[in-house]
Design a protein around this ligand. Structure first.
Ligand code: CO
Length: 271
């Protein structure tokens, strides 16, 4: 079975530059920093509670990651979910008719890994990983949530349920944002499936232009939003004042994707 969101992968031009934010400003530690020659990438894993951020820097031309960076720029690349038995999971997922990029598990930064095709996952590139026995492990809360925009909510919910095993725990309609947010917990992180509530909602327009897929963001719970905002501002970042979040009982601010090397870092306080 799948037990948690292992990491969120981001493609970057320079891992060293990105570490200037994730390590030096955000304060995360580097657990793995390695060049995987056959993939043509330098990968860096930075634990964040029970999850990790994975930085992927292409080290040569012509690879999938290099082309991704060339066409889309620095942005979110994939979500990785962990399992204790990748062979069983991969066989199970194949039997569901999911299109696999890797027919067999292979060596990766996070352990034995395999990718599922985004065509089978409503636009999201999903990696499965069976972590190395000696890998970093924490049970602390890391990412509060990640989010995926979908046009056919029921079909997407069914897919995420049968492939990843996620179940809807809560559904929230935001009138102001004209969207419906379904919450699908996996360990201490929530995967949100977000769909427009009206045909002319801004999100409907976005899906029309960019199709279904993951939003390039992660939300992190902070104890005191204003303290965090002040801390990042002191480090030279441009961070807006806190405002009411989409979910009731939350306040938030966001470090932009431009400043965080491809994904927005939402700072979220439960009030
Ligand atoms: Co990965």
């Amino acid at each position: 079975m799948i037990d948690r969101l292992h990491h969120v992968g981001i493609v970057v031009h320079s891992a060293d530059d990105a570490l200037g934010f994730y390590r030096d400003i955000m304060g995360l530690e580097v657990a793995v920093d390695e060049v995987v020659e056959e993939q043509g990438v330098r990968g860096v894993l930075l634990p964040l509670g029970e999850n990790e951020i994975e930085l992927l820097e292409p080290v040569r031309e012509g690879t999938g990651v290099a082309r991704y960076l060339e066409t889309r720029g620095q942005t979110l690349h994939h979500f990785c979910f962990s399992t204790d038995d990748i062979r069983t999971e991969l066989a199970r997922v194949r039997d569901l008719g999911v299109e696999l990029i890797d027919q067999e598990p292979r060596y990766g930064l996070a352990g034995e890994i395999a990718f599922l095709h985004p065509r089978s996952m409503h636009g999201v590139l999903v990696e499965l990983a069976q972590p190395r026995p000696d890998a970093h492990h924490s049970d602390a809360k890391g990412m509060d949530h990640v989010a995926v925009r979908v046009s056919d909510y029921d079909a997407a919910a069914e897919r995420w349920n049968e492939v990843i095993g996620l179940e809807e725990s809560n559904r929230i309609e935001s009138e102001s944002a004209q969207m419906v947010i379904g919450q699908f917990p996996v360990s201490r992180t929530i995967v949100e499936l977000v769909t427009p509530s009206t045909p002319d909602a801004p999100l409907a327009q976005m899906i029309e232009e960019q199709r279904e897929g993951a939003f390039p963001m992660v939300a992190i719970e902070v104890a005191d939003l204003d303290t965090e905002i002040a801390r990042y501002r002191a480090a030279g970042l441009d961070v807006p004042d806190g405002e009411a979040g989409v979910l009731p009982g939350t306040r938030r601010s966001t470090i932009s994707a431009e400043q965080a090397f491809g994904i927005g870092i939402q700072l979220l306080e439960y009030v």
